[in-house]
Design a binder for this molecule. Structure first.
Ligand code: ARG
Length: 414
């Protein structure tokens, strides 16, 4: 994990003997205001930590701004590689989709962020961690449970859960306290973005009848405006993990970033649905997941060719359980680990290449091949190279249908 950091003149020990809090900082309005609010209300020195999980760079120097806004120290941690190898690939192998539609893009990055915050807190000798989640969402659960699983002695501060400031009041507070903020038009929505996908909620999206306006979408073009010509891609898998794109081997981060662009420019990966949060609330969610939707579709197709029927069917139930566990913030629990151990075992022969056609919002598998293919044309063909023993079908059907036939005879007698 790479780390860049900035210190205030007074150094990382802060003023006198004040205790320290590590703040999960994004550079947005909430966490910028939170720096000052925590300093005042809790009398703590704030160490702001921005964690790069592949969100589109804001362009402005959020680290320096955190220090100007009062943080004793601010750092940027690059966690992209770890996100891919330890969180995204297990989710892909599980074909993870919460409620069969959401690829869990926000949910899988939260445990990694929690873990990183705990690591920084240990290094800095901080006993507090702060995050900007509200009291209504799933993310607070994922952070609080994740942090407690890593270090049960850490105390958690969640300013947004405690204060009752509206967006306008936050801006007023910032003005009154000389807090430097950058107000973005996209700030009208609650956003989260990483390599596996972006989510957008609140603002005018709260009206479930309103179609998401153009400015909601940042990674995908409108399928109606996508190119008229389809784009073909080839994804190469080894033991369930994508290792190459269009004939070129590449590392996970690069592969996902490339797919995000390719699928995004063909309008693939837009999701708009009503979701059931862990805290019992239904919410309207808009996601853009071009890379994850494409990869999960491809991975499922690779499994269809290389896994036996019973494994596929049993795994389907496990996949759903995995998705719920991750959504519900229990990443560091024993069940998630055990499920991943099972899934890893199933992936040994999930190797080969999937060919896909991306076109105006659709991604469709149009070809597949594998050195471990269970698809045997000798068995499936209706042509002359048939190797299936037709005569065996008669005996098989006699036994297979025997229970129902026996019942029919018995019922008829009565
Ligand atoms: N509902 C999704 C989830 O719980 C997305 C949450 C997005 N968070 C946000 N701050 N916009 O995983």
């Amino acid at each position: 994990m790479k780390t860049a950091c900035a210190d205030r003149e007074r150094g990382s020990k802060g003023k006198g003997n004040r205790e320290k809090v590590v703040l999960a900082y994004s550079g947005g309005l909430d966490t910028s205001v939170a720096i000052r609010w925590i300093m005042e209300k809790y009398d703590l020195d704030v160490i702001a930590v921005a964690i790069n999980v592949g969100q589109v760079p804001g362009g402005d120097d959020i680290i320096a701004r955190a220090v100007r806004n009062g943080a004793v120290k601010a750092q940027l941690v690059d966690a992209k590689e770890e996100l891919v190898s330890e969180y995204i690939w297990p989710a892909l192998k599980a074909n993870a989709m919460y409620q069969n539609i959401y690829p869990l893009s926000t949910a899988i990055a939260r445990p990694l962020i929690a873990k990183t915050l705990v690591e920084v807190a240990k290094k800095e000798g901080a006993r507090y961690i702060a995050h900007g989640c509200t009291g209504k969402g799933n993310d607070q659960v994922r952070f609080d449970v994740g942090i407690a699983s890593m270090d049960p002695d850490i105390r958690i501060i969640a300013p947004m859960r405690e204060w009752v400031m509206t967006r306008e009041e936050e801006i007023e507070y910032a003005d009154a306290n000389n807090i430097e903020i950058v107000i973005k038009k996209e700030g009208l929505y609650s956003r989260d973005d990483n390599l596996w996908g972006a989510s957008c909620e609140a603002g005018m999206l709260e009206d479930a009848w309103v179609e998401p306006p153009k400015e909601v979408w940042t990674h995908t073009v409108d399928p109606a405006e996508a190119p008229d010509q389809p784009e073909y891609i080839e994804i190469e898998f080894e033991a369930g993990i994508p290792v190459g794109l269009n004939g070129r081997r590449m590392r996970g981060v690069e592969l996902i970033e490339m797919l995000r662009d390719t699928a995004g420019r063909n309008g693939v990966g837009r999701i708009d649905h009503i979701e059931d949060r862990l805290v019992g609330i239904k919410s309207r969610e808009v996601y853009e997941c071009p890379a994850s939707v494409t990869l999960i579709t491809a991975h499922r197709a690779m499994e269809a060719m290389t896994l036996t029927k019973d494994v596929i069917e049993f795994k389907r139930g496990i996949e759903q359980k995995f998705s719920e566990i991750v959504y519900n913030g229990l990443w560091f629990g024993g069940l998630r680990e055990a499920i991943n151990a099972f899934i890893d075992k199933t992936q040994k022969y999930v190797t080969g290449t999937i060919r896909m056609k991306l076109h105006k919002g659709n991604c469709v598998v149009v070809g597949r091949r594998s050195p471990y293919s269970l698809y045997d044309t000798g068995l499936s063909t209706y042509g002359k190279d048939n190797s299936f023993d037709h005569s065996s079908a008669v005996g098989f059907i006699y036994c297979w249908g025997l229970p129902d036939k026996t019942a029919a005879i018995a019922h008829k007698k009565k």
